[in-house]
Design a protein around this ligand. Structure first.
Ligand SMILES: [Zn+2]
Length: 79
């Protein structure tokens, strides 16, 4: 599952992004994101979404805010 847009991809479509942790250079941090980084388009259904997704009660704007917050959380701590 992509930790930005929460799309479940199955065996392909999501990739682990890894970077050095700015708080500890001996440590790496990683997070699973859509490998094409089309999360913003995916929540708007402007690109194909794999079938059998979990339904969510939040709207597109809330999903967009969630993507921004998750991305900031990841990139604030990596080079
Ligand atoms: Zn995604």
């Amino acid at each position: 599952m992509c930790n930005l847009c929460k799309t479940i991809h199955g065996n392909q479509g999501v990739r682990l992004f890894v970077a050095e942790d700015t708080r500890n250079p001996n440590r790496k941090i990683g997070n699973d994101f859509c490998e094409d980084l089309l999360c913003s388009l995916r929540i708007r259904r402007l690109v194909a979404v794999p079938p059998n997704q979990m339904s969510e009660t939040i709207g597109i704007e809330e999903k967009a805010v969630r993507i921004i917050e998750e991305a900031e959380r990841f990139f604030d701590h990596c080079y």
